[in-house]
Design a protein around this ligand. Structure first.
Ligand code: SF4
Length: 315
């Protein structure tokens, strides 16, 4: 690991200023992804701004009947919160499908959204990777791509976003709240938060360098049956090959988002509108324009079968 300087600010404003005041600085939250990346020298920040003491660890009701989740709320605390379990159960189920108990104790809400892909070539510094080293090429295109993406990808990068939590938040229409060093706040719908790789896969979201996530806001609950089904190579501590987050109502209307298929939690409201027609219509629309490799073509069938299983479970 390369040496770095370190500070632990006490306020959000000081944290945002510290990021701008230091060249090549990074926020450290739970550290469950960043520290691994630093050990591999994929990330080599010169300065660490530890945001572990910021007062962003509360979950509170909003005036419109929704919920505001502080960016530093851990995945464990979020999944166990009584209002989340009762009114946003899909979030509890997605969180508990992710990582391990120890990691969920450290991982934070903001950090979970910002975790990097688990494409194996991204972590192997002997391999070309446009995301790690822009312009070097993509080793996955002619390599092992079984776990990689089929929608929203480009010839520069076919990586997937690894978060389970973000898939549930996408189906809940979550909004990411941020503030920058000037004190300017933004509310960014999760659907507009992530960017597609196109020819700049190293840029993954719309955050400015001095912008810090302060909270994630959930709209008021919409009821329905909440199901998160994750298909993976082993029954725990593995990333999704395909996952489905669905909220289903008795009249067969509902919403669905998928993980494991693209560079961001994948949802199309045009697919939601087809829910009454069944799994085939929904997945055909949701994964419209998909582009598979020989290794990951199975994901299309798997997506159909996974949503069909979810709909059977709901019925
Ligand atoms: Fe890198 Fe993306 Fe290609 Fe993986 S798929 S090697 S992350 S450019």
């Amino acid at each position: 690991m390369k040496s770095f300087t370190y500070e632990r600010p006490e306020t959000v404003e000081a944290a945002a200023k510290a990021i701008t005041a230091n060249k090549n600085a990074k926020f450290l939250a739970g550290g469950t992804n960043l520290l691994d990346l630093m050990k591999l020298q994929i990330e080599a920040p010169a300065h660490i701004v530890d945001i572990g003491r910021l007062p962003l660890n509360r979950i509170e009701k909003t005036p419109d009947g929704g919920l505001r989740i502080g960016a530093m709320v851990t995945n464990t605390d979020l999944s166990a919160h009584e209002v989340i379990r009762r009114d946003y159960a899909i979030l509890t189920r997605a969180l508990q499908a992710g990582a391990s108990g120890q990691l969920r104790n450290k991982a934070t809400t903001g950090g979970n959204l910002l975790q990097r892909t688990r494409c194996p070539y991204f972590y192997d510094t002997n391999q070309d990777c446009n995301k790690r080293n822009p312009g070097s090429g993509c080793s996955a295109l002619d390599g092992a791509s079984r776990n990689l993406g089929v929608v929203g990808i480009s010839q520069s990068c076919i990586a997937t976003h690894p978060s389970d939590m973000a898939v549930a938040m996408r189906v809940l229409d979550a909004v990411v709240e941020t503030i920058n060093a000037e004190g300017v706040a933004r509310a960014i719908p999760l659907e507009a938060f992530y960017t597609l790789p196109k020819d700049t896969p190293h840029i993954e979201n719309v955050l400015a360098p001095d912008e810090i996530i302060t909270a994630v806001r959930l709209p008021k609950p919409i009821g329905g049956k909440h199901i998160y089904k994750k298909v993976r190579d082993r029954s725990s501590y593995a990333f999704a090959l395909v996952s489905v987050a669905a909220i289903l109502h008795p009249d067969k209307t509902g919403r669905v988002a998928m993980g494991g298929v693209g560079p961001q939690p994948w949802r199309r409201t045009s697919a939601d509108r087809l829910m009454p027609q069944g799994a085939k219509a929904v997945i055909d629309e949701l994964l419209k324009g998909h582009n598979t490799t020989e290794d990951n073509a199975y994901k299309i069938d798997l997506a159909h079968r996974t949503l069909a299983a979810v709909l059977r479970e709901a019925a």
